[in-house]
Design a protein around this ligand. Sequence first.
Ligand SMILES: Cc1ncc(COP(=O)(O)O)c(C=O)c1O
Length: 400
Amino acid sequence: MSHTDQSRQVRLEQLGAYPFARLKTLLAGRHPNPELPHIDAGAGEPRLPLPDFVAGTLAAHLDGFSRYPATTGNDALREAIAAWLMRRYGLARIDPATQVLSANGTREALFAIAHALINPEASKKPYALMPNPMYQIYLGAAITAGAKPFFMPCTSANAFEPDLDAVPAEVWADTAIVYVCSPSNPTGWIADHAYFTRLIELADRHDFHIVSDECYSEIYWQQAPVGLLQVAESLGRTDYARCLVMNSLSKRSALPGLRSGLIAGDDSLIARFAKLRSYTGPATPLPLQHVAAAAWSDESHVEQHLMLYRQSLKAFFAAFGRGEPPFGSFFIWLPVANDEAFAVAAYEQQAITLLPGSYLAADDATDHNPGAGYVRIALVDGPDKAAELGRRLKAMSGLS
Ligand SMILES: Cc1ncc(COP(=O)(O)O)c(C=O)c1O
């Protein structure tokens, strides 16, 4: 076995079990209260009505199943994505041919980007920075790419903003990429203009790339979140240098099974990523690319979904009787005394599946897990179930 094979195996072994596998183990042999209908508030899987253009668009393009799809995405899809980015963020120009790629769901793209942009041996820049707690893909990507993860703490004391001041100068100097997630899964924090501006300034000063995961951009309580490309352009950075964003139809359009998302930004990073992707081949089938183009081109279904998410948040908090909706996303990041014990009790007493917060975070340098005092509740089934969740959780002990 070569040295490279060995280190790749060691990296894989460093990966812990995925949060839902851990949850399955935690709940194995336990039973939800049989007197109540089960509510799955664990997975962030929107279960809203299918947008009405899906069936017709799919039927009109079935012949596409007999052709290989381009990994980059076909022209119609990349043009629809560019048009959406320009409309949504007021961008003057984004070139669908050089600044946009299709993703086969953003999960694979958020993972693969680390492998395209980090080369710790060659660049002597081993660090991948990420929020803590975080969408676990960033961590898996960093580890398997041979990078050193560095965790930016997101605590209630700081309104869950990933703390850029917690990064030591020697880490900034050796940073290859920074993952940012706005609106954040799981905390609901939203980056503002000043935060993205500071991140871009840091990227220039320390020569790193920013990967902004904006999958929840269309799900917000009051104000539509700003995007990284929007802030870059407002700073006169019309080439979006060092900036990449990812966004998804899974949340905005409630189409998680479509497996379609976007990658956009700096053309040199797009070209580098496209080269890797031409080998790994995460292409979305052509008929589904047509559905995706239709979904990026229609806002009425997104507005309907947003209304349902807001009604769900309102219904949850009215029934629960305390707390505030998150700025963005459909997750409630609820403080509890012991996250695993609470998740078990919610399942056994109230027939609710939810996720212990510690499964979404990593131990920091002092062996503290910043997710440990929280559970994540996904409001993905509409207002009635959200109200029912609020009522059942209110009845529980172990809330803090
Ligand atoms: C923060 C975040 N980013 C990315 C994704 C990936 O979504 P998809 O692969 O469906 O586009 C998810 C899914 O839950 C997420 O929560």
